[in-house]
Design a protein around this ligand. Sequence first.
Ligand SMILES: [Fe+2]
Ligand SMILES: [Fe+2]
Length: 300
Amino acid sequence: MARLLTEWVNVTGNIAIVARESGEVWFHTLSGTKEAADPFATPMTGAGAKGSTIGLLDGAINLGFAGIERRLARPDLTLAGYVVALVGAYHTSVDTARNLQRAAKRFEELGRPEIAAYLEVRAREETGHDRLALKDLRALGVPGERLVANFIPEGIKPLCKRFDDLCVEDYPIGCVGYSYCLERIAALKQKTDIEKVQALCPDGVDATRFLRSHSCLGSEVSHVEETIEFVASLPANDRISAIQETYQSALIMAEGYNHELLKSGAEMLEELRQAVGEPLPSIAGSCSSYAAKLGVQPAA
Ligand SMILES: [Fe+2]
Ligand SMILES: [Fe+2]
């Protein structure tokens, strides 16, 4: 019987994620002293497979969030919180197509047309997603353009910077790992999560365009599938880099959520008021609430 393929990636310096084609995944602590005896101490060199690639990518996200999961804030979300999340969604999607096209051009120059072609497709698929967030803001009676021009939530800034930086690297394969992290987390959102946001919005207002698109009901599901197959097809050194970046992006994302979720509804409302230069009566009155983790999260 053929042996099941095993893949591994060292993501922290002393922890390797190990995944089998069967779907089995575990975290392996590298001893650091007996390299010869530890099969996971040296980088993998073989071909990838879909089952093990899923395990490595999702393992990287789980490990990235594990460090702060216990202290992650879980306040109730208000409509003000949802508006802040939509602003974050706008900022994490407004430059996506341009950044991916830049990375694609670089891979073309490097003689890697297969990576360039994948990134070009992704750039096309992501075009216009920032406008979904703007429409949602407008639907809530918020001057969306003015708000996003004056305000980037603090917790979102490092994530935006990370993606900008990755896409201008000499070898920008990290942008694949970053995108996977954001899209995979978005695709976890369920229909019930969207219904809870809708219940928060005034009657007759459709302010969940971005959320629907970036949930299990939208295009994120196929984006995640496509990325898994693409990563599995890459040479080992590219798979390693992409998965290491998925871990780094998850760390940054987790820290950012924690920062934003620790704010009270009143603090968020005040941030929004200052950004637009006037009170926002259409969202100030809402006191409906629900678990904050179900709100809109940034997505590529
Ligand atoms: Fe996407
Ligand atoms: Fe998107």
